[in-house]
Design a protein around this ligand. Sequence first.
Ligand SMILES: *Cc1c(COP(=O)(O)O)cnc(C)c1O
Length: 369
Amino acid sequence: MPRPIEAWVHADALAHNLNCARRHAPDAKVWAVVKANAYGHGIERAYPGLQSADGFALLDLAEAERIRALGWRGPILLLEGCFEARDLELCSRLNLWHTVHHEAQIDWLATHKTTWPHHVYLKMNSGMNRLGFTPSAFRHAWQRLSGLTQVESITLTTHLSDADAAPGSARGIAHQLAVFDAATHDLAGERSLCNSAATLRYAPDQATLRGDWVRPGIMLYGSSPDFPHHTISQWALQPTMTLRSQLIATQQLQAGDTVGYGSSFVADGPMRIGIVACGYADGYPRHAGTGTPVLVNGVRTRTVGRVSMDMLAADLTPVPEAGIGSEVTLWGRGPHGAVMPIDEVAQAAGTIGYELMCAVAPRVPMHSA
Ligand SMILES: *Cc1c(COP(=O)(O)O)cnc(C)c1O
């Protein structure tokens, strides 16, 4: 028997979460963001659940080719655009929409010989200071693109840095939205501003923010973009990835006994623990300390001690019937309808769901369900 750890991708949950994005942004078209190999799910595994999207957004040209290879004929958007001039040949051949966020990308387009009409996402740096033209340079870029025969349409876009901010905090989306509106109010073209957090929190009530296209990523994968202010159950999202394994040993501890490297956990009385075939070499976060939630036979318990390369330990106190072979849910769907949100594991490890789902190791077999 192979080592019992495995991951599952749930197409029905992806479809459910995509519908949730649609409900929050009525009338807008939806880019399903599938960068980073569909947030670690695998593009080919995620595709069946996301096929009703209006388009797929990603950054890697090889990933765009993989989506075309699956038979997708609709729009595909390169969120970082072309990295060099000859990438435009692939854009023309595969009909890719592409972001333009700096001047050289316009130069490349101006000299590109094509009969394919290019759909361009013109990106403004409205305050995040990663990619995009400054508000004052934006109009000139728009005018240059408008004059190119290669360009069929220009969508005005920006990315929000604080759509997940705590309610009532000084951070938020108002400043970026004002900057964007002031610089674009008289420019023609569709608009796209919302990531998952903005789609869930602001798109339902703010038509100008909602725009013509929303770009949800993380919400499609069953992680709350503004956890812990909202959990996935509060947003009615479902986990799309399950990481599960089994107990491969149990130990009976007495008061004073320790668990794992560094003896960081010390039992304060008799207790039973189970050893789980899952460690940091599987992508489980080593920073998840004692107390990280985990399901054993669908019952919620906690990890104890340090995560090692191939194993971790779970407190079996709430699940006395557990033994070798018992099912352990690290995150996702457990037995009997139990759910272990990836966000809670991420929080215990001082990170976010995005990082955990992107980091499941290649040695973990991942299946579609
Ligand atoms: C990753 C990304 C998104 C999706 O962000 P989520 O927080 O995962 O919803 C949207 N737009 C751009 C430009 C991105 O890079």
